[in-house]
Ligand binder design. Sequence first.
Ligand code: FMN
Length: 397
Amino acid sequence: MTANPSLRSDSRRIFSTEDAMRLAQRRQPQLVHDFIEGAAGREVASLRNQTRFDAITLQPRVMADVAERSLKTTLLGQDYDLPFGIAPMGMCNLAWPGADQAFAAAAQGYNIPVCLSTAASSSIEEMRGWADENAWFQLYVGGPIEQALDLVQRAQHAGYKNLILTVDVPQVSRRVRDLRNGFQVPFRIGVKQFLDFATHPQWALTTLLKGAPEPKNFKVEGGGSKFDRGASRAGADWAFLDRLREIWKGNLILKGVSSTEDAQRIQRAGADAIYVSNHGGRQLDSAPAAIDALPKIREAVGPDYPLIFDSGVRNGEDIIKALALGADFVMLGRPFLHAVGAEGARGVNALIRILAEDASLALAQTGLNDVRTVSPQILVAGQQPVVQESLPHDATK
Ligand SMILES: Cc1cc2nc3c(=O)[nH]c(=O)nc-3n(C[C@H](O)[C@H](O)[C@H](O)COP(=O)(O)O)c2cc1C
């Protein structure tokens, strides 16, 4: 399937990211679903990420020879079979026990990247062992700088080639759903949380059996953790970037960029790629949709500078739209957690197949047979994505 996305999927229930979310929500405690799906403030930015995608239209083209199509691409010197991958996310094993391993196996099997978060529930060394060269490492600079540099050294030592420095979390934002649910890591189990777990027994028992997830890279010998989720992560400043650029010999990617000025300065500082993202709307509720920032950043950094994109991608057509608007590669966050929450490894495989098939069909409809030839020309000429931005409801309820 990797080279030639098949129409088959082993899942009989997941045919879209929406299916995965619905099925996952049934199995997961509300507190877990809300941690994954939630966003900053009133969740306007999260919604906007998706509605702006919906407003972009692709121009169908007819009678091209598109019987054979390829989704293979190259990024930062590495070949991938598909133009998308798994975004870095903290505590993935909360979505379903063993999520990290399922992601790693899928990344290997489909030859796509999987990004391990600083706040992951698996260690740097474990992920590299499972996913080999398909594993990337994502760094937060929270707490003492030495702690972050120690993680970088571990990543280097483990053989990672790609390091993502996430810079859009100077401080973790207020996420109303988490506050309402009393979400904390490690869990604080009061009556409300107990009832939530008790009414989702499959998740609760499996999690109990495998052990509650914890930030594995911060384990202290003899018990406890050095990870402070609420600590400022503003240590990732311009001076740190210079320092990191000297230390890190592999590819350095800056994630969470949406300003053209920042993008140009990062490019001048010697980063190998920029990862355009608004963190899936989880940081600044008034942030522009990431897809609106993308073409401006493409223009600012020039045609050849590598750009990765995430935030709001929900299907294969969105992937093609992001590529048309200037991305070289696309990542997805929540859909992968929903897929693993819905059906474990089978759900992850189903999602990848669906996205690949969908992207491949979008190529056919726009008259292309190679994803590397996607350009702004496939967008409907002169379109200005304009959408209604008022919320139909209070998304945080
Ligand atoms: C549950 C969850 C945890 C996340 N944790 C991290 C993280 O540890 N590091 C990071 O750089 N981004 C993190 N992100 C942001 C994702 O990498 C990505 O930018 C975002 O999910 C993309 O938006 P999407 O969910 O609409 O695809 C997290 C996102 C979610 C949903």
